[in-house]
Design a protein around this ligand. Structure first.
Ligand code: FNR
Length: 364
């Protein structure tokens, strides 16, 4: 490392803002509407204070975890985020290589710029989850879901916070640059003979189905044997419904502040959701705003089995492709390990709710 190398995720974001073109950086960085939730995702983590314990023999450290029964080297995974080739030409291939070398898991976006099959071939033994959107075209949903199952993905991350796309101020309507592809939609592209990404993009936006209800989970489970993780839950009521409809995991998330502005930080609602599904065997994860090892510690103390990170991966890609994403995951891992040891925890089971102070002003 040279003295100018970024050593924190915030520095990587700064690097990305200076090096990516404006269309791309704005697309990746913005939140919805007035960015209230985007900011809150960081503020809520900062409000939580830790209660470290001393003299507890932390010489043998173990941060490995299982997610849906799959062993991972650490409780830090990659959230699905769209269009990664805009951040680096290797796009999702760079991400999955970095995830492979760290031994953790990757969520692949339905809107990846590399096909789900190519990502799978690049790292067949790496744990990968495929993100699905709710479309009026159920046949298309089923076809892509079965492709993901065949390619070896281990779960479907069903995004439920997106009956339409949130409004993003201060940026123009996003358009995927002409040299990149909606790589999972080549059959749609061929069938409809779209001539540009703009035409295909508009078609995909129009496919979003805001008429679905919880029965869609039963339908999804009827067409695939993969476990379903519901992504985008923010209330205990919905967490209970997800469990009733057979979800195997719940990803507490506000989509990185990109959908409904004004919702609380995911970390703030995590404890009540963990509490609501306790005893069901359903795993609870969180994303939205994780930037530091201490954030991971706080999320685990409040009941998350693992955290996911979205934008940090993009900043890593913008910095150095595969090496950059590796650097991001290593930073988070090393910071998390340091935080654990300083807090008196040797393994994940030592991380309990007594590790955090609850601010008097919130229901945390
Ligand atoms: C996303 N996210 C997202 N989620 C999803 O289900 N499908 C998708 O295609 C995308 N695309 C996407 C693009 C970009 C640029 C971002 C930043 C996010 C949301 C993502 O999975 C995750 O919930 C958030 O990114 C988590 O917040 P942080 O880590 O970015 O703060």
């Amino acid at each position: 490392t040279s003295i100018t190398d970024p050593v924190t995720i915030d520095e990587l974001e700064k690097y990305a803002s200076n090096h990516l073109d404006k269309n791309a950086f704005d697309y990746y960085s913005t939140g919805a509407e007035n960015d209230v939730t985007l900011r809150e995702n960081r503020l809520a983590f900062n409000r939580i204070k830790l209660r470290p314990r001393m003299l507890r023999d932390v010489s043998h450290q173990d941060i490995s975890v299982t997610v849906l029964g799959h062993k991972l080297s650490m409780p830090i995974c990659v959230s699905p985020s769209a269009y990664q080739a805009m951040a680096h030409p290797d796009g999702e291939l760079a991400t999955v290589r970095a995830v492979r070398s760290l031994g953790t898991a990757m969520g692949l976006s339905l809107y990846s710029t590399t096909s789900l099959e190519d990502v799978a071939l690049e790292a067949p033994n790496t744990i990968k989850f495929f993100q699905m959107q709710l479309y009026t075209d159920r046949q298309l949903m089923a076809t892509i879901t079965r492709r993901a199952e065949k390619a070896g993905y281990k779960a479907i991350l069903l995004t439920v916070d997106c009956p339409l796309y949130g409004r993003h101020q201060g940026r123009r309507r996003f358009e995927l640059p002409g040299h990149l592809k909606y790589a999972n939609f080549s059959s749609v592209q061929q069938r409809k003979r779209f001539k540009s990404n703009a035409e295909l993009g508009a078609h995909i936006i129009a496919l979003l189905d805001c008429s679905v209800d919880w029965k869609i989970l039963d339908w999804l489970r009827s067409i695939t044997s993969l476990p379903v993780v519901v992504k985008g839950i923010l209330t205990p009521e919905d967490a209970r419904l997800a469990v009733q409809h057979g979800a195997k995991g719940i990803l507490v998330s506000n989509h990185g502040g990109r959908q409904l502005d004004g919702v609380p930080a995911a970390i703030e609602v995590l404890p009540e959701i963990v509490n609501a599904v306790q005893g069901t065997g359903v795993e609870v994860y969180m994303d939205s705003g994780v930037r530091l090892g201490t954030d991971v510690l706080k999320a685990l103390a409040l009941g998350a089995r693992a955290v996911f990170v979205g934008r940090p991966v993009i900043w890593g890609l913008a910095y150095k492709g595969e090496q950059g994403v590796k650097a991001v995951l290593q930073m988070l891992r090393d910071e998390f390990k340091t935080a654990m040891v300083l807090a008196g925890c040797a393994s994940l089971k030592d991380i309990t709710s007594s590790l955090v102070m609850r601010p008097a002003t919130s229901h945390l």
